[in-house]
Design a protein around this ligand. Structure first.
Ligand code: ADP
Length: 429
């Protein structure tokens, strides 16, 4: 029995003593009446405290805990303490939950938690976007009712989550998602959704690239081995033999050009970006490129050079390769008698390099893809003129390393203009 209870009982008994004395000395009726009156007073006190307690339990705030005497004081102060501790514990738990939710929202991947019946308990905003969910309305809904792709429904149903599931995005775009299911805390499951569009695209590009390189090298190799066979097996006169050797040399030059361009591309991709420090003197560079163009054209075109003053900061070899590719394309895709203008112009604090020709031109549908490796608008002419299909890919890389962009305008049958504007940070006065 607790101490306050003993004290309360002792007080009741102590109050009974005078009543008993009165009962013995005066009259038993008076003694009993006094005892009943004392008990009634105690009962009223109890009822008053009880009603305070009852009123408080309707909104049990620690700061409004009632006060009372005797045993009630002990009861109220314990309730006060308990309520305070409870509130601290709830606040701490709420804080922890908020932290966990905030961490879930901060994740790059989509996260969905599922209960034992695969109903959505929670998901972050990334998952809402990836799966087209809305947590406010979809909470506690079975996920299979919302993500209705058969592959996903089967995956959930089989319960074999050893491998992730590849899924296309629910938003009707071309995103590719990879889903992992991780069981936790008994029957609950966590769905982790990664957007693998980028790596999927890279894989595809890599596969296409390997297939293209193999194809590009196989063709001259097949021709070369065919000629070798011919030279070895047939008794050819020296003139024919010479002719076959020339054809073989042509194919080996073609292969070595492809390998050279591939190496140039891979160097551009792996080398650190050119520093802004090296000054590239444009006048001698452009004059050399002009002479090279005239040598390549061998008098078949009229090639002019228009130059403003001003140099560039960057890697000379990369810029020479980019400009040289644009110029040699103009020569190769412009029929004899055509005109080519190489221009270097200041545009305020920026500067533009351009090559304009009145050659065969390019159909608009090809233009967005011209800088892809091995993409050709005119395959026959490209091969005939010794093209590798890699020139504009090299140009694009080299220019982007100098913060410049390639712009192409062209009209079939009328000619093309390839231009690139260098930002003020790359231009030297
Ligand atoms: P290629 O080695 O085949 O010339 P490029 O990457 O340099 O490869 O160019 C890609 C394609 O763009 C070419 O195959 C050609 O069809 C087209 N092209 C490039 N420059 C010109 C131009 N000045 N005029 C017409 N077509 C061009």
């Amino acid at each position: 029995m607790s101490k306050p209870l003993i004290q309360t009982l002792a007080l009741s008994l102590a109050l009974g003593v005078p009543a008993a004395v009165l009962g013995i000395l005066v009259s038993p009726v008076i003694g009993l009446s006094v005892f009943c009156a004392v008990l009634a007073l105690q009962l009223i006190g109890f009822l008053r405290n009880f009603s305070r307690l009852e009123a408080w339990t309707r909104n049990p705030l620690p700061e409004t805990t009632p006060e009372g005497g005797g045993i009630w004081d002990e009861v109220f102060s314990r309730l006060h303490r308990h309520e305070k501790e409870l509130r601290v514990a709830i606040a701490r738990r709420d804080f922890d939950l908020q932290q966990v939710a905030a961490a879930g929202q901060a994740m790059v991947d989509g996260i969905v938690t599922l209960d034992a019946d695969s109903r959505i308990s929670w998901c972050n905003r990334v998952a809402e976007q990836q799966l087209g969910l809305d947590l406010r309305s979809d909470r506690f809904q079975p996920i299979a009712n919302l993500v209705r792709q058969p592959a996903f429904i089967n995956y959930l149903a089989t319960g074999d989550f050893s491998k992730p599931l590849r899924l296309s995005s629910m938003r009707g775009d071309e995103r590719v998602l990879s889903l992992f299911v991780l069981p936790y805390s008994g029957q609950e499951r966590l769905l982790q959704i990664q957007d693998v569009t980028q790596s999927e695209r890279l894989d595809q590009t890599r596969r296409d690239f390997v297939a293209n390189v193999s194809h590009e090298l196989r063709t001259p190799l097949t021709i070369l081995s065919g000629f070798l066979e011919t030279v070895r097996e047939l008794e050819l006169d020296p003139v024919d033999q010479e002719h076959y050797f020339d054809l073989m040399a042509e194919q080996s030059v073609r292969m070595s050009r492809i390998v050279q361009d591939l190496l140039a591309l891979s160097t551009l991709e792996s080398a650190p970006p050119p520093s802004g420090g090296e000054r590239v003197h444009m006048t001698p560079l452009l004059e050399k490129l002009h002479r090279d163009a005239q040598a390549l054209s061998a008098g078949r075109h009229s090639i002019s050079l228009e130059m403003d003053t001003g140099d560039l900061f960057g890697a000379e070899s990369e810029l020479a390769s980019a400009f040289g590719n644009l110029i040699s394309n103009a020569v190769r895709y412009t029929p004899p008698g055509g005109e080519i203008v190489i221009a270097w112009k200041r545009q305020g604090s920026s500067a533009e390099f351009s090559v304009t020709d009145n050659g065969i031109g390019i159909d608009a549908k090809h233009i967005p893809r011209l800088t892809e490796r091995f993409y050709r608008a005119d395959t026959g002419r490209s091969r005939e003129t010794g093209g590798t299909g890699l020139g504009l890919a090299i140009v694009k890389h080299a220019l982007s390393r100098h913060q410049a962009r390639l712009e192409i305008t062209s009209t079939p049958g009328e000619g093309s203009r390839f231009s690139t504007v260098f930002p003020p940070t790359r231009v030297a006065a």
